[in-house]
Design a protein around this ligand. Sequence first.
Ligand code: CTP
Ligand code: MG
Length: 424
Amino acid sequence: MAAIYEPSAAAETSLDGPAVAVIVVAAGSGTRLGAGIPKAFVSLAGSTVLEHALAPVFRLREPVQLVLVVPADRVGEAETIGRRAAGRGSDHLRVVVGGETRQESVLNGLAALWPGVRTVLVHDAARALTPTAQFERVIEAAARTGWGVVPALPVTDTIKQVDASAVVERTIDRTELRAVQTPQAFPRDALVAAFRVAADRLATATDDAALYADAGHPVVTVEGSEAAFKITTPWDAQRAERLLTEPAATEAHAGAGDADTGSTTTQPGRIRTGIGIDVHAFAEEGELHLAGLSWPGERALAGHSDGDAVAHAIVDALLSAAGLGDIGSMFGTDDPRFAGARGSVFLEAAVERLRAAGYEVVNVAVQLVGNRPRFAPRRLEAESALGALVGAPVSIAATTTDALGFTGRGEGVAAVVTALIERR
Ligand code: CTP
Ligand code: MG
């Protein structure tokens, strides 16, 4: 039982923060997509493009500083999305406002790096289905070579050079051509210097590696992935939506070892579901703690711990999904260390156990049953608080039971929870 309280290893993080940073540029307006809102905030298969883009970053093995670069009027929304996606790693998150061009947005991101960062990855939010393995390949090559690193794919179309009247002048030998993607990795100091030197050419550079190479530094390619295509037009968005909703399409698309782009997959045993139920009676005195929030003025719930039936049912659902027992077997109600403990303590420990067992939480769905407290006004707040603890979306529905049963008589509350988890 003591193991749950051991601090997690974070060897790569010095006092100055992580050694690797990922700048995700998401400040474009998405003109060619034409959705009427900035591209990164367009919904794809139920989540924003930005949320999809962040998922692989949070699957990385090593801790990274994450810098989100977004339009000025989207900072609050990006912070919520980033914190929710980051879960317990949200203290490594910074959100900054972008510039007129992509490269100006990158520059603003560079200005937000913490002192300890040695290697910086720059990634387009628009490449929302980029596999985690692609990030890892790039990070590994950057560490091994000390060079700039870009993921790249061979060009499959035949490339022609044409004149101003669209008449073909010549066919270009494509064997030496590569189409490059993101994330692109660079030694931090050299990239910052390259941007400084190229200050007057920022608007015309099409990628970061071009500026970096112009400053005289070597750049090497690693294998890219078809799944890392950039969502630019409505056709791209439809393709991304289909890949996210049809697992078979994702696997065929991503290729062996890269098939983590969608939220679902057909690999047996990789996706698991769990259920949890908890009931607590109202107490005579004390403060109410429910769904990760304090509720001043509301009647408290009784229990050995804080009585947070929602948090406890989530813990059971998570442990059930992973086959790790239940809250009683893991924490023991007779253990004095857990007397009065907050639901968040159990939740964090359960999520840590899951991660140690190789699982990530995909989502959690809660049904709260009871007359009080009136839940709707604080639902979003509760979803956000629990989402941050769990590191995945948590949705909460609340209902009464039409005056029937113990919840209808106002004797207590019940929470029923399902959880979906995925093997990393
Ligand atoms: N980007 C940015 N700041 C800008 C322009 C682009 O952060 N001023 C980001 C986009 O959000 C995107 C990436 O750079 O993640 C690649 O740009 P692109 O695909 O061109 O996106 P948009 O500029 O949004 O699209 P469009 O050119 O169609 O307007
Ligand atoms: Mg653009």
